[in-house]
Write a protein that binds this ligand. Structure first.
Ligand code: ADE
Length: 346
């Protein structure tokens, strides 16, 4: 790593914090200037914000805080209730890990979040990024959490040409150069806001950037090209048929997924196993597409007409009571497609 002058780092920090004081986003989980941050709110928001946008998270965060104002309320809640409110946020394992995390903190830490990154990282659902974010934002520990936004800002600021994902280690090391006792939480959130509102992936607003004069990428006219990215392999595709049962009482046949793995413990329309190739008899009547983190799934819908043998691992859920059950987006998409008029592709 080239030598970076401490005065450069301090000056840049100062500029960014000044900008944050004026232009930082006012978000419901953030403390006001002078207010002590609430670790429970910080944790809740950081977990929700993993893989999800700020705009999507805000109403969920507010609802969670209304239903479970404290960590103890949350630990006392049932997982099923949490999963129902979590619906639509995706990556459902987060809800289960959060519940286990809250119970662990109640049992092992007397209901108080540990403050150190290493302790935080041992809790369920808390990885290196989230541990650093909680430590910095809730407890003013001098660490810099590094997410995709921060990687991009670093790649541009220091004009780092090594492509992602290899460059991650180098970019994270650059970010840590900014770790400092002075307002670590505000600095972390200032970097996040800079990445989200100014140093955006496709249309960076360099003319409005508070640290433009420090940016080597801008000086080299390379901001739009940075960070460089290694070509991605094509996304794996999977296929399955979904079997839609409706009875005369207007109830749909659903089953619970296994307690481990993808969409663990949530309800689904029964499907064939998810394969890398289309089944020979793949339904073209209606197809539903859904993207998971590591693959895309295409589901061919099959209406099961009476008389039928109802699968033993399924149970009936009245269509007008679906809201009360933890249904992942995929299940909702399949039910919606099944109930929508024919020849409309989902
Ligand atoms: N993304 C992740 N953490 C965030 C935070 N605290 N504020 C805004 N965006 C974020």
């Amino acid at each position: 790593m080239p030598i970076i002058q401490p005065s450069f780092l301090l000056h840049l920090r100062h500029q960014l914090l000044q900008w944050y004081d004026v232009a930082g986003r006012r978000l419901p989980w953030r403390s006001q200037p002078g207010e002590i941050p609430d670790p429970y709110s910080v944790w809740l928001s950081e977990i929700m914000l993993q893989q999800t946008t700020v705009a999507t998270v805000i109403p969920y965060f507010q609802k969670f805080k209304r239903l479970w104002p404290t960590l103890i309320d949350f630990a006392d809640a049932s997982l099923e209730d949490i999963q129902v409110v979590w619906q639509g946020l995706g990556y459902y394992a987060r809800a289960r890990h959060m519940h286990r995390c809250a119970i662990t903190i109640r049992q092992e830490y007397k209901g108080l979040f540990p403050q150190h990154v290493d302790h935080l990282q041992r809790l369920p659902g808390i990885g290196p990024y989230t541990a650093a974010a909680i430590a910095a934002i809730a407890f003013n520990q001098p660490v810099v959490p590094v997410d995709g936004n921060v990687l991009r800002v670093m790649a541009r600021l220091f004009a780092i040409k090594e492509p992602l994902p290899h460059a991650k280690v180098q970019l994270a090391a650059h970010a840590q150069l900014f770790a400092n006792e002075e307002r670590p939480g505000d600095f972390a959130q200032a970097l996040m806001d800079l990445g989200a509102t100014i140093c955006k992936p496709r249309h960076p607003l360099c003319s409005m950037c508070p640290v433009h004069t420090f940016c080597q990428g801008a000086q080299m006219g390379q901001v739009h090209n940075l960070p460089f990215k290694a070509p991605r392999p094509p996304r794996p595709q999977k296929y399955a048929e979904a079997y839609f049962f409706v009875n005369e009482q207007q109830a749909v046949g659903l089953r619970r997924r296994p307690e481990k793995g993808l969409l663990a413990g949530l309800l689904e329309v029964p499907t064939s196993s998810w394969e890398d190739h289309k089944p020979a008899s793949f339904s073209t009547l209606k197809q539903i597409r859904h993207s998971f983190t590591h693959f895309d799934l295409t589901v061919g819908l099959v209406y099961i007409q009476p008389p039928y043998i109802f699968p033993t691992d399924c149970f009936w859920v009245p269509l007008n009571r679906l809201e009360q059950y933890p249904l992942p987006v995929l299940t909702r998409k399949i039910i919606e497609a099944a109930l929508s008029p024919l020849n409309k592709k989902a």
